[in-house]
Write a protein that binds this ligand. Structure first.
Ligand code: NAD
Length: 290
């Protein structure tokens, strides 16, 4: 397939490299990052999109996505698919899909889970919003870049699935970390806490697969001085998107709101920036009630 790939940063570069390695013709554009192996350089985003059957974007936020889409969609061939894999607000995803539809272009919002490791290994999970036909066109590319793709419904539903998942993840991480800090103060060893909770009703992906306590459970960023992994500031970004969506949809999300506030404080006023999001545990360890 002929693919235009725009945004070749930490995630985009390995995704584009995997597409090229699978035999697809990939033309790339990034304002700063170098071209990954096998990707032909274009001089602009519009040039990367010209003649492509699928244009994939992997960009920092909704404002940049809207600007890139405004430049790229007019350069695309009618019938082609614009597939955004960035994590952005639901409103931007739907606005870009509307703009694409007016130009005869199909759009998919297809954010990913799996991080930089999953992008490099080609094991991402895609959650997509858009038409059945657009999903069917891009599905073979999802199969190269990932191990699972779920079609979540119309435009915006991929982003909705992503932020709901990550709101659960952020809240669960905080709950797990504060419980470990309480267990410490009650004289319960972390290993015993893990042994009980990981096989009891408090179990979760956070406890069982990504334990925030070093030396316990499978290897996780806690065993690597809390180097990310999934950085606290990326969790903050996703929690803020969840609260923006909750505000727009008039949904009551008190735990998500508190998680967003705690991660904001951790990243902006404490030493959380650049740490894995599980570094909430050493944060709670140092604190007292009140
Ligand atoms: P990144 O900052 O490494 O990459 C973004 C790239 O976009 C950069 O190389 C930047 O130069 C480029 N860019 C910015 N403006 C541009 C423009 N106008 N035209 C062309 N290129 C432009 O970020 P990343 O970690 O690769 O994340 C990309 C997206 O994926 C984000 O939305 C992020 O939330 C999401 N995401 C990241 C992870 C992760 O673990 N890093 C996991 C899941 C989802």
């Amino acid at each position: 397939m002929k693919i235009g790939f725009i945004g070749l940063g930490n995630m985009g570069a390995p995704m584009a490299r995997n597409l090229a390695a699978a035999g697809h013709g990939v033309t790339g554009f990034d304002t700063h990052a170098p071209m990954p192996e096998g990707v032909e350089a274009a001089t602009s985003a519009a040039a990367a999109a010209t003649g492509a059957e699928v244009v994939i974007t992997m960009l920092p936020d909704g404002a940049i996505l809207r600007a890139v889409a405004a430049e790229v969609i007019p350069a695309m061939t009618a019938g082609a698919v614009f597939c955004d894999c960035s994590t952005v607000d639901v409103e931007s995803a739907r606005a870009v899909a509307d703009q694409a539809a007016k130009a005869g272009i199909a759009a998919l919002d297809a954010p990913v889970s799996g991080g930089v490791g999953g992008a490099a290994a080609g094991t991402l999970t895609f959650m997509a919003g858009g038409s059945d036909a657009a999903f069917a066109t891009v599905a073979p590319l999802f199969a190269v870049m990932g191990q699972k793709a779920v079609h979540c419904g119309p435009s915006g539903n991929g982003q909705a699935a992503k932020i709901c998942n990550n709101m659960i993840l952020g809240v669960t991480m905080i709950a797990t970390c504060e419980a470990f800090a309480l267990a410490d103060k009650l004289g319960l060893s972390r290993q015993k806490m893990f042994d009980v909770v990981s096989t009891s009703s408090g179990y979760s992906w956070v406890m069982n697969a990504y334990c925030p306590a070093p030396g316990i459970g499978p290897k996780s960023p806690a065993d690597n001085d809390y180097r990310p992994g999934f950085a606290a500031e990326l969790m903050l970004k996703d929690l803020r998107l969840s609260q923006q969506a909750a505000e727009a949809a008039d949904a009551d999300t008190p735990m998500g709101e508190l998680a967003a506030r705690l991660y904001a404080h951790f990243v902006e006023a404490e030493d959380g920036r650049g740490m894995d999001f599980s570094a909430m545990l050493p944060r709670f360890e140092k604190r007292h009630r009140g």
